[in-house]
Ligand binder design. Structure first.
Ligand code: NAP
Length: 357
């Protein structure tokens, strides 16, 4: 039996209906009046499910990390969006004011780096330009953070931040060097199969510290990233011949301002998409790939040599054709001259003979 009081807060009426799907319970609008005169108000048609969802959020919240991002430019915002979507809290600081952008993304922005640190994030991600990294780190108030903060970076070069971290960070900080090898353009949609290179440079033995590092890495794994554990030095060696060359070719083609054509081939379209994936990145980023990866200079020289070699093959063939034409003409002219002179010599001899006779 439903008493008047409970019926008022119940979502469902127990009245049977003729349809199969709603044979047990059916939703009764708030203003409806049942046959027995009870007012039944619906507050939520799916209470049991809602309860489960709420319970899950509580569990997730217990596991949620507070992640601080230093440098809230292009990449900082890109990575913040995905972290927030996984239920973590993001706080950010930057040289410029990104309060409005942060608010839109659901993050909190702290223009003052001291205030940012006083929020005691579990993890700090350095997402500043490669060129400004040393300056930012040298001025950073590490002492305001928790004693065992996990410090990460997402720089596109790896040996440089690793060395700086080991030199400048307090000894009790954990260090994780990361390079998500994708950005706002190439990782616009899914992160499935996109490589994430990382090196656990220094992670304390305590279970909590290990778990925090794993939980953070799991965030990328969960998005489908291809997780590649690799030393920072090896990353730079491989990245110089792949990423730096990709960016260089993308920049060269971008500088050419290639326009779409009505007969574009698939190959040409992939060149244009290469430009889209590289040319929008800041020049600071590109310059950082060159300046702060000691393997880049040699790869740039190899690219230049390869270009000269290909160009050389073209021009050599062209020169050969022209040379052949020149020398064949010359040879033909010489043999013609020779024939003419032989002929006139013969003529001279026969004239002499005729005169003698
Ligand atoms: P970026 O030009 O490399 O860096 C821009 C960021 O650096 C902004 O947050 C900017 O802060 C900060 N910054 C620049 N000069 C500064 C200075 N003198 N002092 C303090 N902060 C300074 O562009 P990005 O694409 O955002 O890249 C950020 C980091 O992510 C880089 O280390 C890059 O290598 C790495 N990364 C980028 C990609 C990508 O596809 N874009 C992919 C993987 C990794 P303000 O805006 O406040 O001035």
């Amino acid at each position: 039996m439903i008493c008047k009081k409970t019926a008022h807060f119940n979502s469902f009426s127990t009245k049977k209906t003729s349809t199969k799907t709603s044979s047990k319970l059916y939703y009764k609008p708030k203003s409806g009046r049942s046959k027995d005169g009870l007012n039944v108000s619906a507050i939520d048609a799916a209470q049991p499910f809602d309860f489960e969802a709420k319970a899950k959020v509580v569990t997730d919240r217990k596991n949620a990390l507070k992640i601080g991002i230093v440098g809230f430019g292009n990449f900082g915002q890109f990575v913040a969006k995905r972290i927030i979507s996984k239920g973590h809290t993001v706080i950010a600081t930057s040289r410029g004011d990104y309060s409005a952008v942060a608010k839109d993304l659901g993050a909190s922005f702290y223009p003052d780096v001291d205030d940012f640190c006083e929020e005691h994030p579990d993890i700090v991600i350095l997402s500043t330009s490669i060129l400004s990294t040393e300056k930012v780190l040298r001025e950073f108030p590490f002492q305001r953070l928790r004693r065992n903060t996990l410090f990460c970076d997402v720089l596109s070069v790896k040996q440089f931040p690793k060395q700086l971290f080991l030199k400048l960070l307090p000894k009790n900080f954990d260090i994780l060097c990361l390079h998500p090898m994708f950005g706002p353009d190439s990782g616009k949609g899914s992160w499935r199969d996109l490589p994430l290179v990382y090196e656990k440079v220094r992670v304390g033995e305590e279970k909590g510290r290990k778990n925090r590092c794993e939980q953070f890495l799991h965030l990328f794994e969960d998005e489908g990233c291809r997780m590649v554990e690799m030393s920072c030095e090896e990353h730079d060696r491989q990245a110089a011949s792949s990423q730096f060359i990709t960016h260089t070719v993308g920049r060269m083609l971008g500088t050419m301002e290639l326009a779409d054509t009505s007969i574009s081939t698939k190959g040409f379209e992939s060149l244009r998409s290469l430009v889209d994936n590289t040319y929008n990145d800041s020049f600071d980023l590109y310059y950082g790939l060159f300046m702060y990866n000691k393997n880049a200079t040699i790869e740039l020289s190899r690219l230049e040599q390869a270009f000269d070699e290909v160009k050389g093959q073209l021009f050599n063939r062209l020169h050969e054709i022209i040379r052949n034409e020149i020398f064949i003409e010359d040879d033909e002219r010489a043999s013609q001259n020779k024939q003419n002179s032989d002929h006139s010599n013969l003529q001279g001899v026969s004239e002499d003979n005729a005169r003698k006779n």
